[in-house]
Ligand binder design. Structure first.
Ligand SMILES: [Zn+2]
Length: 164
């Protein structure tokens, strides 16, 4: 089998699983994951969790997830999407990345990593973070402890115009 055929096959399988909202085994696993975190696995939460946690790690805004849910036939309000993302974040199943006061992304990758944010395209990508933990915890003033920290490297495309 050629590489391109294998890739096409893989894409087909992945697409099939993505469009099966009632895959009972996956639903049951997600349901247990929500329960273990103290969240009641409502139908809407399960549907959103399925969109978030199926496939590879991703960054998604509330608006993007809302659009995605609607396009897959999940009837849910933007307010419910916000609420669900906040709950998932508060129990530690999602990480929130605030890139500016008007824009937050939710990250399914809970490992320690930095982000590179492209200001013009809005693209947020993961980057390795090599910092000694004591370097970061050393920044916490006496009598406090480190809760979390974010490293966001902001970039923009180089101007193509020659300067001067
Ligand atoms: Zn990330």
């Amino acid at each position: 089998m050629s590489a391109s055929v294998k890739w096409a096959l893989y894409m087909t399988i992945k697409e099939d699983t993505m469009t099966l909202p009632l895959n009972t085994e996956r639903r049951s696993k997600l349901s247990q994951r929500l329960k273990r975190s103290g969240l009641r696995p409502t139908q809407q939460r399960l549907a959103l969790a399925e969109l978030l946690f199926t496939g590879s790690d991703r960054h998604v805004s509330a608006e993007e997830l809302h659009q995605e849910a609607l396009s897959r036939g999940v009837k849910v309000s933007l307010a419910t999407v916000y609420n669900t993302l906040n709950r998932l974040h508060s129990v530690g199943l999602l990480r929130e990345v605030v890139v500016d006061s008007a824009r937050s992304y939710y990250d399914t990758n809970l490992t320690t990593h930095a982000h590179v944010y492209h200001e013009q395209t809005g693209e947020l990508i993961d980057a390795p973070l090599c910092l000694r933990p004591e370097l970061i915890s050393g920044l916490a003033p006496e009598g406090t402890e480190l809760v979390n920290f974010e490293v966001i490297v902001r970039v923009r495309s180089r101007s193509s115009q020659a300067e001067g």
